[in-house]
Design a protein around this ligand. Structure first.
Ligand code: NAD
Length: 476
């Protein structure tokens, strides 16, 4: 592939290439072939990035809000201009259809514009005090941020973390996933080209555990922002605790979808089927457990199987493709194991259930039904194109199943009963709830989980404030 960029890290404004460093092979998920070699940081690289981040924070925290906003608006415009090339890079290294990668570019641009507006809205407050005294509560940037972003949204995950830190007045060291480095570098480059000083945001890659241990043991880092699995999130939270580093954790989910007999079933099916195949199911808010009222169960199961079986799976660069390969070799293996385990325990396979071909990482969109609750996939996040459809008798049983797991990221419900919509919104234990919609993310809306799905928000005003601390100043 000739149009895949040459890879490097970005430390103190220098493009750091492999030299004698260890490297990681970035792979095209369509073929399994190597696209390029990525340099991995050693301890000296990370120390250099930490020193620069300290300096970058010293200058950026006092940079006027208008200038921070100018940089973010500028980067948003550049990302829109470069969307075609950025999206192509993302598809080449991650696999998702080009149209989805372009939407990701637009989401990053929209977030940068929103975060730019927030720069001017980081208000504090003044307390009521007797004449001659003054007490103010103000927001300040927390300090240098260490951010770890995964491979499923190779543009948007880095974009969320960079935008929040830059708007708040922090510096940031970003370690995006080694599987999808070029997308992250493209987003960072747009910020530089819009005028961001190179010590304010840097990009390193490495052996994840080495990088996170090194950065989190440094007294420079004041904030950790992680997106990824609950297991890794718990591990990083423990490391962060040693230095009392603040954390934002955007972790796994197990998206319950309650479908009631009074819902618009065709609309629910169309929305849920495209939601399930989006990014080959590798989305933390993907609809996963379909909790269907028994009077519409068969119709819903069969409709879902029919729609998923008709999905056009192929190379994300082909314009007809609706679902690309999975992002890396681990994913089809994991999905295959979930399917085998569920079938062994008595689940019915309604469609799919196997890999496609022996090249790349393709897996058929799959529907399992009547899945026993002790099947692994009913308890662990599948992170793939796998829909689990089970029948339930009535609202209480459906809500109980939705809240059964420790995950609480996104939950969805389909019903035309307005009173029920309100009861359900109250009772679902989740950071985000979609009623008759799966559109739950936007630049102005906080994105977060509860329980094992994490804590702290990204996006929205809350996402910028997550990179800040309050200080109360009292004068007499
Ligand atoms: P993983 O759990 O090892 O890694 C998940 C992410 O965390 C990757 O980006 C990885 O680079 C990073 N990571 C891993 N160990 C780390 C460490 N010690 N320090 C810093 N970063 C570290 O495995 P995976 O195979 O990449 O993904 C598997 C599971 O992760 C999926 O099944 C899914 O549940 C979850 N995941 C969630 C999201 C999300 O958006 N919440 C994104 C990607 C993966």
């Amino acid at each position: 592939m000739t149009d895949y960029p040459t890879l490097h890290m970005m430390i103190e404004g220098e493009r750091v290439t492999a030299g004698s460093r260890r490297t990681f092979d970035v792979v095209n998920p369509v073929s399994g072939d190597t696209l390029a070699e990525l340099p991995l940081a050693d301890g000296a690289d990370l120390d250099r990035a930490l020193d620069a981040a300290q300096r970058g924070f010293g200058r950026w925290r006092y940079t006027p809000a208008a200038e921070r906003a100018r940089v973010l608006h500028g980067a948003a415009a550049l990302i829109r201009e470069r969307a075609e090339a950025l999206a192509r890079t993302a598809t080449m290294e991650q696999g998702k259809p080009l149209a989805e990668a372009k939407l990701e570019c637009m989401a990053v641009a929209a977030w940068f514009d929103f975060a730019a507006g927030e720069c001017q809205r980081l208000y504090g407050r003044e307390l009521v005090r007797p004449v001659g005294q003054r007490s103010v509560v103000r927001w300040e940037p927390v300090g240098p941020v260490a951010a770890f972003a995964p491979w499923n949204f190779p543009l948007a995950n880095p974009g969320r973390k960079l935008g929040a830190a830059v708007a708040a007045g922090c510096s940031i060291i970003l370690k995006s996933a080694e599987e999808t480095p070029a997308s992250a570098l493209g987003v960072l480059q747009a910020l530089y080209d819009a005028g961001l000083p190179s010590d304010v945001a840097q990009a390193v890659f490495g052996v994840p555990d080495e990088v996170s241990r090194h950065l989190l043991s440094s007294s420079v880092i004041r904030k950790l922002s992680f997106t990824g699995s609950t297991m890794v999130g718990k591990h990083l939270a423990k490391l962060a605790a040693d230095n009392m580093i603040r954390t934002t954790m955007e972790l796994g989910g197990h998206g319950p979808v309650l479908v009631f007999g009074d819902a618009d079933i065709d609309k629910a099916l169309a929305t849920a089927a495209s939601g399930k195949t989006r990014n080959a199911g590798q989305v933390c808010v993907s609809p996963t457990r379909f909790i269907v009222e028994e009077n519409v169960f068969e119709r819903f199961r069969d409709g879902m199987a029919e729609r998923l079986a008709a999905t056009r799976v192929g190379n994300g660069l082909d314009k007809d493709t609706q679902m690309g390969p999975m992002a890396n070799a681990r994913r089809p293996d994991a999905i295959g194991k979930f399917v085998a385990d569920a079938k062994d325990r008595g689940a019915r396979l309604a469609t799919g259930g196997e890999r496609i071909g022996n090249q790349g990482f393709f897996f058929k969109p799959t529907v399992l039904s009547e899945v026993p609750l002790d099947a692994e996939v009913m308890n662990e996040e599948p992170f793939g194109p796998l829909a689990l459809v089970n029948p339930y008798a009535g609202e209480d049983a459906m809500i109980a199943e939705a809240n059964r797991l420790n995950y609480g990221l996104a939950a969805f419900a389909w019903t035309s009963d307005v009173q029920r919509q309100r009861r359900i919104a109250d009772q679902l234990e989740a950071g985000m709830v979609g009623i008759n919609t799966h559109a739950i993310a936007g630049p102005d809306a906080p994105f977060q989980g509860v329980q094992w799905s994490g804590h702290g928000s990204e996006d929205g005003p809350e996402g910028v404030k997550a990179c800040m601390v309050v200080k109360a100043v009292h004068e007499a």
